[in-house]
Ligand binder design. Structure first.
Ligand code: DGY
Length: 315
């Protein structure tokens, strides 16, 4: 019996490649020198795609060349790299990797928050640059007794809130609807949340519905002692508005793991000393990336074993 042909769009953890190599015929798109010719020849045989939120897009133009695809299995909880509406029109199932990264991203968010407030990366640079020999490091802000607002109280947002409750802070959130099972204060508008808080943590899905949710008005509402942390998608924050707010002192500082046009980061952000900039690594531990990769493979294997997708996205 012939093996199922699967297209992988970008390299993934060895565990995904090894697992899929055993079960299916895996085609590595990134290794093809002439991708167009390759897709023309092999595209019609492809029945499943393994892709990643971190690289490339699966959109109508790629799907046109893969007319027999049944499932797109995407690495990452965010799946704004896949045109899920277009896939749904073609009856293609889309899966992501929820659940397995919640704790990792939540731990990381607390790390980024403390690093930003207490200027930990800046202090490291200060010491290495020999500045400590001349003067003490400038004093920082503090987390204690602040009000922290979470934009998007999904699984990861709740994991962040649980960790924050170990600090002496009050917690509030904004989301589409108020949730009955949590005691944190709810704000129906993000501007209202920003006005009430000193720290805003963004952990809402990306995509058209949240594009530039954090705009000039929200940053003004956050105010001159305000700190913005974004571990969601770069597109949720209007980056130019943020740069302006940081330069003009409209807010105090920011900690960013994501950007509007990754992996490009505006030089204006890089030039700012009061921002902590990280290269989209919230889930990037060996343990968690392996778990995410395993779920990418397991979704494909389960589908082609006739058992259905394990973690389909809702579209
Ligand atoms: C995700 O899972 O969407 C992250 O942003 C990538 O690790």
């Amino acid at each position: 019996m012939s093996r199922t042909d699967i297209l992988m769009t970008a390299p993934m953890m060895p565990i995904v490649i090894e697992t899929l190599d055993k079960a299916v015929t895996l085609h590595r798109l990134w290794e093809q020198t002439d991708k167009e010719a390759f897709l023309k020849e092999v595209g019609p045989r492809i029945r499943g795609v393994a892709t990643s939120t971190l690289f490339g897009r699966v959109d109508a133009s790629l799907l046109d060349r893969l007319p027999n695809v049944e499932i797109v299995s995407s690495f990452g909880v965010g799946y704004d790299n896949v045109d899920a509406a277009e896939a749904a029109k073609r009856n293609i199932v889309v899966t992501n990797t929820p659940g397995v990264l919640d704790d990792e991203v939540a731990d990381f968010t607390l790390g980024l928050l403390l690093a930003t407030l207490r200027k930990i990366p800046q202090a490291d640079r200060y010491l290495r640059d020999g500045k400590w020999l001349k003067a003490s490091f400038p004093l920082s802000a503090t987390l204690r007794e602040r009000k922290v607002g979470i934009v998007g109280l999904g699984r990861i947002g709740k994991a962040i809130a649980r960790r924050l409750s170990g600090f002496d802070v009050s917690i509030a959130y904004h989301g589409r609807t108020q949730q009955d099972d949590v005691a944190y204060s709810y704000y129906p508008t993000v501007t209202g949340l920003a006005e009430a808080c000193d720290v805003l943590i963004v952990i809402t899905p990306g995509g058209a519905s949240t594009r530039h949710l954090i705009d000039t008005d929200v940053l003004k509402a956050l105010g001159p002692n305000g700190v913005l942390i974004n571990v969601a998608r770069g597109t949720v924050v209007d980056e130019q508005a943020l740069i302006h707010a940081l330069k003009s002192g409209t807010i105090l500082s920011a900690g960013l793991d994501v950007y509007e046009d990754e992996p490009r980061v505006p030089q204006e952000l890089i030039d700012l000393e009061h921002v902590v900039l990280l290269p989209h690594i919230a889930s990037a531990s060996v343990h968690t990336r392996n778990a995410m990769g395993k779920l990418v493979a397991d979704n494909l294997i389960s589908w082609f074993d006739g058992k259905g997708p394990l973690t389909p996205v809702a579209e």
